[in-house]
Write a protein that binds this ligand. Structure first.
Ligand code: GLY
Length: 305
C-alpha cells in the first residue's frame, strides 16, 4: 500500500496512515486526514486557514474518487462548511449526483447533520480587507460590496501566491486506487469561482486498473487541459507513469493565452510507481510519501521540470 499527498498535508498525513494501517477504507482514511488539514489554521490554502473570496466569504471546493467503481463526489463554492472533503464523500455515497455547489451543497450539509461553521478567521478577515481596500477608491469603499468585482479579479492573490490545495492519493493492490482533494481555492477569487479540486479529470482522477493523479496550484490551467484524466488515460494506452505525466505537462506547456502560472502534478500507477513534478511553481516543492514497510512518512522533493 502507498499513500502520497502534497506538503500541505503535514497536519493530517499521519492520521491517514494510522487509519489505513487499522483497516479503514482508503477514502475514509484520506478524508479523515484531510479533515485535520482543514482544521489546521497554519495551512493557508485549505479549510479554516484558507483565504476568503473577494466578498470576504470562505468558499470551499473538494472532491473524492473511488477508482474501483469510478464513482465521484464533489462540492464547489460551498460556504460555512468543514470538513468539506467529508461532504464530497457523502455526496458520492448518498446522492445519485456527482457534484453540488454553493447553497445546494450547504443545504445538503445541513440535511446530513453538518453544522454551519464560522470559517473566516479574524486574521484572515483583517488581511482580506487590508488588501482589498488598497485597490478601491473612496467611492468604491463607500459602496462596497455593490461595485463591479471583475476589474479586481487580476490584482489580488494570496500572500503566499500559491493557489494551493491538499491532495491525497492512495494505491493498494487489494483496495484499489483512490483520490481526495480539498481547498479554499484562489484567495480573493471572484465569488462562485471553482478551481480544479472539485473537477474530476482536471484536479483529480482515479482508476484502480491504471493509476491516479491529482493537481495543486493553478486550477485555471488543469481545467483547460483535463490534466488528471490525461495521465490516467495515457496509462491505459500503455505509457509509462513518467511518460504519462510528461504528456500532461506538454499539454500545459502548449497553453499560450489566458491565465498561466505553475502546476504540481501528483500521480501513482497500478504497478506501485509514483511521480510528483513541479511545472513552473516557484520555490522547492515537496510531498509526503508512505508505503508499507516504512516506519514513518517521509517528506520528499518533487522532480523539477
Ligand atoms: N488548485 C486549486 C485551485 O485552483 O483552486
Amino acid at each position: 500500500m502507498l499513500l502520497l499527498a502534497n506538503a500541505e498535508a503535514w497536519a493530517g498525513f499521519a492520521t491517514s496512515v494510522d487509519l489505513l494501517k487499522k483497516g479503514d477504507t482508503s477514502l475514509d482514511a484520506m478524508v479523515a486526514g484531510i479533515a485535520k488539514v482543514e482544521q489546521e489554521e497554519k495551512v493557508r490554502s485549505v479549510g479554516y486557514g484558507g483565504w476568503p473570496n473577494m466578498l470576504g466569504r470562505m468558499e470551499f471546493d473538494a472532491g473524492v474518487m473511488d477508482g474501483t467503481t469510478r464513482e465521484v463526489g464533489a462540492v464547489g463554492a460551498v460556504p460555512d462548511t468543514i470538513p468539506v472533503a467529508r461532504l464530497a464523500l457523502e455526496v458520492m455515497r448518498r446522492l445519485p449526483h456527482v457534484m453540488l455547489t454553493g447553497d445546494g451543497a450547504r443545504r445538503f450539509a445541513t440535511e446530513i447533520g453538518m453544522p454551519h461553521d464560522e470559517t473566516l478567521l479574524d486574521d484572515s478577515r483583517r488581511v482580506w480587507w487590508e488588501r482589498l481596500e488598497k485597490e478601491l477608491s473612496p467611492e468604491d469603499i463607500r459602496r462596497f460590496p455593490d461595485i463591479p468585482l471583475a476589474p479586481l479579479s487580476r490584482t489580488i492573490t494570496d500572500p503566499e501566491r500559491v493557489r494551493d490545495t491538499t491532495v491525497f492519493l492512495c494505491a493498494d493492490p487489494a483496495r484499489g486506487i483512490h483520490a481526495a482533494t480539498s481547498t479554499s481555492g484562489w484567495a480573493w477569487k471572484y465569488p462562485g469561482r471553482l478551481g480544479d479540486s472539485p473537477i474530476p479529470g482536471a484536479g483529480f482522477y482515479a482508476d484502480s486498473r491504471y493509476g491516479a493523479a491529482a493537481c495543486t496550484h493553478t486550477g485555471e490551467m488543469t481545467m483547460r487541459c483535463g490534466t488528471a484524466r490525461t495521465i490516467v488515460l495515457a496509462l491505459k494506452l500503455g505509457y509509462s507513469l513518467r511518460d504519462a505525466v510528461q504528456l500532461a505537462v506538454d499539454e500545459l506547456a502548449d497553453l499560450t493565452d489566458g491565465f498561466l502560472a505553475g502546476v504540481v502534478i501528483h500521480a501513482v500507477d497500478a504497478k506501485g510507481g509514483h511521480e510528483v513534478v513541479n511545472f513552473r511553481c516557484e520555490g522547492e516543492i515537496r510531498f509526503w510519501f508512505w508505503e508499507d514497510g516504512m516506519a514513518e512518512p517521509e517528506l520528499r522533493p518533487a522532480r523539477e521540470l
